[in-house]
Structures are given as C-alpha cells and as structure tokens.
Design a protein around this ligand. Structure first.
Ligand code: ZN
Length: 225
C-alpha cells in the first residue's frame, strides 16, 4: 500500500503534537495510571521511572549474532512502553526507552569495542503511518549515551508486514527482508531494535552485515519474552 511522503510528514507532526499536549497537561503515568506531582521523562511517575531504567541481561541470541541484550520483558513495563511508543505514536516514550537502553549498555559496549550502531528499520508504510521510526529513535538515544555513531546501513527490500505471521513464516521472510546501503562498514556493529521475539528479524540483519564483512554483530533490544 502506498502512503505519500506528505502523509508521513503529517503523521510525524501529529505524533510530536501528541507528545507536546501530554507533556503540558497533568496526565496519568502511562504505567500505573497515577497522576504524579512531578512527572519524569515520558510522563512516568518516580517509581515507574526507576522500574523502567531496568537491568541489562542476556536474551536469546540469534545464530548470526555474538551476544544479544535486553533491559526488560515484553509482558512487563518495558513491553507496555514499547507498545505505547509504537501504537500510541509517542516519540518521547521511544526516546526515553532508548536513553534507558543506552545507559544500561554503556559498559558492555565499551568492553565489546563496538564501532557503530545499526537499527532495524520499520517497513516504510508503518513509518509513514506512525510518523517516525521507533528503532531509529532508540538507536539515536543509545548513540548519544554511549558515544558511538549510528549508521543508516540497512534497508528493507521487502515491505511485507511480519506482524501476525507464525515463527516459521517470519524465518522464511526474514532471509529476504533486508539489504545494505552502499556505505563502508566497520568490524564491530551493535544492532538495535525495540523487541526480540523469535530472533528472525535480528538474525536477518546480522546476516547481511556478516555477508558484507562485518566480523562481530551484537544485538540490543528494549524487551524480549
Ligand atoms: Zn507510575
């Protein structure tokens, strides 16, 4: 389905205005529904903010990835905020999650000597509808926290939607879903995405990077099962 760039610009402005209104009005914490006296980043109350900062842990590591980390569970507060960022079109929530991931990753990224960050781009139709690419927002915040640049190196070469498909269908589609832009790549890359479920999407991106000569691909997501 074709969505015009004008609609994409409109969607981005609507997402921005949505966040602006939410930040100016006394609103409920998106996690616990209390109305905090002093809302923190993304409108969270103090206790929920502490909860979301999370701890880094290893998660399922796809075959083409050296190690993959997450800071939360998909069924927990991190998953709830990822869904709010995506379906509630909240840029500020996406940015806050990226900040949390970046802070948590700082030590391991230095240890693994990561040279650059690559994000898993959402399908163009979704980006236009939503007004922003949440994985790109996450990657930029991680970059700001750890001081490693973001490379816009991966592109979708297949716009078929993957939501609602079975694990085997995703694995089958994933092989052909991504290609590389014509830029030079460093040896050690961190791939950032919002969630990791089967690992098929992360693995597809890692495979195209490895095929292009990247020696070590690491992964980091906000939430996983
Ligand atoms: Zn709360």
């Amino acid at each position: 389905m074709f969505v015009s760039p004008v609609w994409g610009l409109y969607s981005h402005r609507m997402a921005f205005l949505n966040d602006l209104v939410q930040s100016l009005l006394p609103t409920q914490c998106p996690l616990c529904s209390l109305v905090p006296d002093s809302p923190r980043r993304a409108g969270l109350c103090g206790p929920c903010e502490s909860l979301v900062r999370g701890r880094l842990r290893m998660t399922t590591t796809p075959p083409s990835v050296v190690r993959c980390w997450t800071i939360g569970d998909y069924d927990g507060p991190h998953g709830a905020l990822v869904r709010l960022a995506k379906y509630g079109r909240s840029i500020r929530v996406a940015d806050y999650l990226g900040l949390c991931l970046g802070v948590a990753l700082k030590e391991v990224v230095e240890l693994m000597a990561v040279d650059a960050i690559v994000y898993v781009p959402v399908p163009p139709v979704r980006r236009m509808r939503r007004g922003f690419d949440q994985a790109c927002r996450l990657a930029n915040e991680v970059s700001a926290s750890i001081g490693v640049p973001v490379l816009n190196a991966v592109k979708r070469i297949d716009g078929r939607e993957q939501a609602g498909r079975t694990g085997s269908e995703r694995r089958e589609l994933g092989v052909h879903a991504f290609g590389l832009r014509a830029i030079s790549l460093p040896d050690r890359i961190l791939v950032v995405d919002d969630v990791l479920t089967t690992g098929a999407t992360m693995n597809s991106v890692a495979r195209v990077l490895r095929t292009a000569g990247v020696s070590h691909v690491f992964g980091a997501v906000i939430a996983s099962p």
